[in-house]
Design a protein around this ligand. Structure first.
Ligand SMILES: [Zn+2]
Length: 265
């Protein structure tokens, strides 16, 4: 905040105050690092703070300035800064660095309506793992939805047990095609949904454009959880159809055997 207004770091040594802890911050606008505000001294006010990278910046720039670095209070007086909170209240956290399971769970508990966007290119093995794992995905009832019993063969372990949707960004742009990583290219985000259906993890493929449309308007995490119920109902219906087919088959076999054994004259 500079003179009572939110402002970007645009000029070196400009001073302001942090909207969260109200301590003094100073603008760092050098030639090497992305321009940013820094707290004086080394202390950061939010323990969940992650240093901003060009990857964060590029994502956040898709959203209006007043939605970025939104301060959120809990009823118990705990306070955190959300990367983006849209006008409807949905929080989007962009995560690049490693995060402990405890911190991940704490954030999921703190923000009721939350979606994660994770940099899927951070570790050398991230894309090759996904390329191998994605071969075993099975299509689900709706186009763009897939199932797997082994989501850990597609995504980093840290994110497997999330209670909120996690979108993996493998880089690339709409329309790109990379022969070496056909699944990860094309500017699609791959979302691991929370919860399981009949032991299967559900994964959704979404273009960045589609994602941004949702992220601008929805109040609740998406893809909507009802897709899991839809898939579960589909599995039950298929099983029932299979059972009926087996009963019918058994009936025909019995009938066939009975008629064969019957003497003809
Ligand atoms: Zn602060």
């Amino acid at each position: 905040m500079v003179n009572g207004e939110r402002q970007e770091a645009t000029q070196s040594k400009l001073r302001g105050s942090c909207p969260s802890c109200e301590q003094e911050v100073v603008a760092k606008c050098g030639p090497l690092k992305i321009w940013h505000w820094a707290h004086k001294g080394k202390r950061n006010c939010d323990p969940w703070w992650e240093p901003e990278t060009p990857w964060h910046r590029a994502w956040k720039d898709h959203f209006p300035a007043e939605w970025r670095e939104a301060i959120q209070w809990s009823t118990s007086g705990e306070k955190h800064i959300a990367d983006v909170r849209n006008a409807a209240g949905l929080v989007i956290e962009f995560q690049r660095s490693a995060i402990s399971p405890l911190e991940r769970m704490a954030r999921e508990a703190f923000y009721e309506h939350l979606i994660w966007v994770v940099d899927g290119t951070r570790l050398k093995n991230d894309i090759p793992r996904f390329e191998r794992g994605a071969k075993d995905l099975r299509g689900a009832i709706r186009s763009g939805y897939f199932m797997t019993r082994l989501p850990e063969e597609c995504f980093p372990q840290t994110w497997i047990a999330c209670s909120k949707p996690v979108f993996f960004d493998f880089g690339g742009h709409d329309g790109d095609h990379d022969r070496r990583s056909p699944m990860a290219s094309g500017g699609n985000l791959w979302c691991l949904l929370p919860g399981r259906v009949d032991g299967n993890a559900v994964i959704a493929r979404m273009s960045k454009t589609q994602f941004l449309e949702g992220a601008h308007q929805f109040a609740q995490a998406f893809p909507n959880h009802s897709i899991l119920e839809e898939i579960a109902a589909d599995i039950t219906a298929r099983r029932e159809a299979e059972r009926q087919a087996q009963i019918e088959y058994a009936r025909r076999v019995r009938f066939f055997n009975a008629t064969r054994r019957r003497p003809r004259f």
